[in-house]
Design a binder for this molecule. Structure first.
Ligand SMILES: NC(=O)c1ccc[n+]([C@@H]2O[C@H](COP(=O)([O-])OP(=O)(O)OC[C@H]3O[C@@H](n4cnc5c(N)ncnc54)[C@H](OP(=O)(O)O)[C@@H]3O)[C@@H](O)[C@H]2O)c1
Length: 109
């Protein structure tokens, strides 16, 4: 899959982090964003040590609640990676409760 690129928002932990490692394993160049830069840096270091410098890893701080920054940062990464094949819109939070302790009135749409 050499030459393909993926940009992942919310890549500093959880699903986004795991996706970054999996895409790197598949040979993608990566654009990783989140608010916690130090965690992105750790992932970059891990990818470099696992796969060498063959895999390009670009990092950007991005808070997706600051809407104007989203367009700027994604365009910047698109430019630095030489294109964007996949955009994983992953940044977010999920709240969960133990089975049986939820409240239907609170979670219904
Ligand atoms: N885990 C599940 O079972 C599940 C189920 C359904 C949906 N999801 C969705 O899957 C996504 C990832 O979930 P996860 O379980 O991997 O959660 P997680 O471990 O808490 O990771 C969330 C990621 O989103 C980033 N993030 C949160 N708020 C952000 C903001 N305002 N701006 C930029 N980045 C932000 C965090 O990075 P920083 O804090 O460094 O910014 C982090 O990298 C979420 O959108 C969640 O709603 C998860």
């Amino acid at each position: 899959m050499l030459g393909k690129t993926v940009i992942i928002t919310g890549a500093s932990s959880g699903i986004g982090r795991d996706l970054a490692l999996e895409f790197a394993r598949r040979g993608y160049s990566l654009g990783l964003t989140a608010r916690r830069y130090e965690l992105l840096k750790e992932i970059q270091t891990e990818i470099n040590s696992l796969f060498g410098k063959l895999i390009k890893v670009e990092l950007r701080v991005l808070d997706v609640t600051i809407y104007r920054d989203i367009f700027r940062v994604i365009k910047e990464l698109d430019f630095s990676l030489g294109g964007m094949d996949i955009l994983v819109v992953n940044a977010g939070v999920s709240k969960s409760k133990p089975l049986g302790s939820g409240n239907f009135q609170m979670i219904k749409i």
